[in-house]
Design a protein around this ligand. Structure first.
Ligand SMILES: [Fe+2]
Ligand SMILES: [Fe+2]
Length: 199
């Protein structure tokens, strides 16, 4: 894959992530308000705040690459997030917790892959920031993974949606390392100086 292809892929992932963070933030805004347990409310409110920060960071990365958010994607993800906001009040305790964890799993991998593309472009600071984002999403995932353990619906949901086993954080990282791109991202030593003008 050449530099142009890496740049194109990176911008695409960041555009998806930028709008995805909007949906996630709206969804969590409803999620924590729908809960009655004060600790769970506080934990998910913090996760909502993380997602707003992520969106701001990803927006800056996009600007650095001369990329822009996709308007239609923004509208679609805002609608999904608002639906999820209200859905959390109607679907009970388990489903929002489960699907939040499942989505956080995807976000972890998405940022990890983006970090790989940034590494290939010599964008070391962006690579570091993306790996940190991936790590925070992994912590979010670990929170939801831990909270759904022992629920009566979990075995069925694990069979249907292949997420929810009681892995440790380290084991989850190992699981990600089976992704070739992720392995490359971990081992890759960027040679180029950080300069988006050359791309
Ligand atoms: Fe996020
Ligand atoms: Fe997250």
């Amino acid at each position: 894959m050449d530099a142009l292809a890496h740049r194109k892929e990176l911008i695409h992932i960041l555009q998806m992530a930028y709008s995805g963070e909007l949906a996630a933030a709206f969804a969590y805004a409803g999620h924590w308000r729908s809960l009655s347990d004060p600790q769970q409310k506080a934990d998910i409110r913090k996760i909502e705040n993380d997602e707003w920060k992520h969106r701001a960071m990803v927006g800056e990365m996009l600007a650095q690459l001369n990329g822009k958010p996709q308007l239609l994607r923004e509208i679609m993800m805002a609608c999904i997030g608002i639906n999820a906001f209200f859905g959390c009040f109607m679907t009970g305790w388990f489903l929002p917790m489960y699907f939040a964890g499942r989505l956080e799993n995807d976000n972890t991998k998405e940022y990890f892959t983006a970090a790989n593309h940034a590494a290939h472009l010599g964008l070391q600071r962006m690579q570091t920031d993306l790996l940190e984002l991936s790590e925070v999403e992994l912590q979010h995932e670990a929170f939801f993974r831990q909270i759904v353990q022992g629920h009566a619906w979990l075995p069925l949901m694990m069979r249907l949606f292949t997420w929810g086993s009681p892995l440790t954080i380290d084991e989850t990282i190992d699981d990600k390392q089976t992704d070739d791109l992720a392995i490359e991202a971990l081992n890759f030593q960027p040679l180029a100086v950080e300069n988006t003008d050359q791309l």
